[in-house]
Design a binder for this molecule. Structure first.
Ligand SMILES: Nc1ncnc2c1ncn2[C@@H]1O[C@H](COP(=O)(O)OP(=O)(O)OP(=O)(O)O)[C@@H](O)[C@H]1O
Ligand SMILES: [Mg+2]
Ligand SMILES: [Zn+2]
Length: 474
């Protein structure tokens, strides 16, 4: 009879405690502890066995170690490859997180089908039957130009990780996909699938597999209500790369974002559009995002945000409307709530835009989340434009961070932003006044430098409105 041990594990951060605690002392989460029963002997035995997989390690002088660039499998989906840093690194483990129904299985099945043209691929699902997956595969291929399903793609529905590892031994794939890590379990742990212990142990074993065999492993992870991958931190530390698939479920655009990457730059973004035949790459996101713009309507301004190394133009919409009862409401969609409060306060105090009895709605068209302060100026312009009922000039982009005194600050990477705006036919960019003399502006677009929010808005509106009495110019 193996000795068992009851312990309590925080499902948020993995903190272990001998007794139940209402509040986790490590991460502060409430009611996050759940009971788990373990057999210490079997776990420790398994641990050493797994370690053995990597073979003997031996310290070497740094100069002796060869530094060949890591080997990458070519991935024909360009937007996906970009986010990974250019192809799939062999022996790496990648976590793909995202809200339910956002398209994680679709994206990875598409990748599996592309890769299976040249390599062996094993797709393990703990959520859907082989038939369901095949139906999806057929749909994804519906109007493609490849007539047959790839012969080297193997599907299996399985949740027992030991069995999965046996399948891997049999199939010998170059690429393994696990959909999802929360459905996998190891029999030696008594906690249920999806608990922190199971998720951590399963992910560790998959990492060992990747490192020892050179198989590239993609793992799907569900996202909790709070927006973190269930069993979050522990999982993010184990894997090499963390990608999030995000987007507004009611809109077609999906963004694949890298938040951690041991083999490439983070903050890189791939843009897709969800259609019948799956996720289609959007090569020109700015163009797509601006396609439905109403020109010369009040309450709209164009921001240029950097997503990784790529500048993207987005329309920011603002609407102010007199508060009917109670407190004035601020409703941001795609921008940070606190950022909106700050911008509204600066507009009220420095610009005489009386927003205290106005509800404010701000929307980033396309479902993109803009968390860069460089979009402040466009947000402010959209709100002020709606309040004054005067449109922002159609051919203008606004770039700049707003300070508390109503001053404008220079954002990073201004040149690529301006080049992208010029490429899309915008004539004027309103930017903060450069502190350094002799800033080399790229050609093709007129630059209007503004020291303050007031100067920027005067330049932005169609007919510069007369300055209101009592307005302070910072
Ligand atoms: N027959 C269909 N035609 C068009 N689009 C479809 C069809 N079936 C599903 N979709 C789209 O695919 C999305 C579901 O994608 P997918 O199953 O890949 O998501 P997921 O992130 O894996 O979800 P889950 O978290 O439930 O596993 C749906 O929200 C829908 O937009
Ligand atoms: Mg799925
Ligand atoms: Zn905790």
């Amino acid at each position: 009879m193996p000795r068992t041990l009851t312990r309590y594990v925080c499902q948020q951060c993995g903190r272990v405690s001998a007794s139940y605690m209402g509040k986790c002392p490590q991460c502060g989460a409430f009611n996050s502890m759940s009971e788990e029963v373990t057999h210490p002997e079997s776990v420790s035995k398994k641990k050493t066995a797994v370690r053995g997989l990597t073979g003997r390690s031996e310290p070497r002088q740094i100069a002796e170690i060869s530094e060949d660039v890591e080997e990458r499998l070519l991935l024909p989906i360009g937007e996906f490859a970009r986010v990974l840093g250019g192809g799939i690194v062999t022996g790496s483990i990648v976590l793909v997180g995202g809200d339910p129904g956002i398209g994680k299985s679709t994206l990875l099945l598409q990748m599996a089908m592309e890769m299976a043209i040249t390599k062996r691929v094993l797709y393990v699902s703990g959520e859907e039957s082989e038939r369901q997956i095949k139906m999806r595969a057929t749909r994804l291929q519906a109007d493609g130009n490849k007539p047959e399903l790839p012969a080297q793609l193997f599907l299996v529905t399985e949740t027992n990780l030991e069995t999965v590892l046996n399948h891997v031994r049999d199939v010998q794939p170059s690429l393994l996909i696990i959909d999802s890590i929360q459905t996998m379990y190891l029999t030696e742990l008594d906690s249920s699938a999806g608990s922190v212990s199971q998720v951590r142990e399963c992910a560790s074993q998959l990492r060992e597999l990747a490192k020892s065999s050179g198989i590239s492993v993609f793992v799907i992870g569900h996202v909790t209500k709070e927006g973190a991958i269930a069993g979050p931190r522990v999982l993010e530390h184990i894997v090499d790369t963390v990608l999030y698939l995000e987007g507004d479920r009611f809109q077609a655009y999906r963004l694949l974002r890298s938040v951690k990457n041991r083999f490439g730059a983070t903050a890189e973004v791939g843009v897709f559009e969800m259609r019948n035949n799956g996720l289609n790459e959007v090569a020109n996101p700015s163009e797509a995002f601006l396609a439905e713009r109403m020109v010369n309507a009040p309450g709209s301004a164009i921001a240029v945000t950097m997503e990784g190394t790529r500048p993207i133009l987005v329309e920011i919409q603002g609407l102010t409307s007199p508060t009917q009862f109670g407190n004035a409401r601020r409703t941001p969609n795609g921008v940070d709530f606190n950022r909106l409060l700050l911008i509204a306060a600066v507009l009220t105090r420095r610009m005489g835009v009386k927003l205290s009895e106005q509800d404010i709605f701000v929307n980033v068209v396309s479902g993109l989340k803009v968390d860069e302060p460089a979009a402040d100026l466009a947000i402010a312009a959209a709100i002020a434009s709606s309040w004054r009922d005067v449109p922002v000039r159609a051919e203008v982009v606004l770039i700049g961070e707003i300070g508390l005194a109503g001053e404008l600050r220079f954002p990073g990477q201004i040149s690529p932003r301006l080049r992208e705006a010029a490429k899309l036919g915008f004539k004027t960019a309103i930017v903060p006044k450069a502190i350094r003399k002799g800033e080399n502006w790229p050609g093709g677009i007129e630059i209007v430098e503004a020291r303050s929010l007031a100067q920027a808005l005067d330049a932005a509106f169609i007919a510069a409105p007369k300055p209101k009495k009592g307005r302070k110019v910072a």
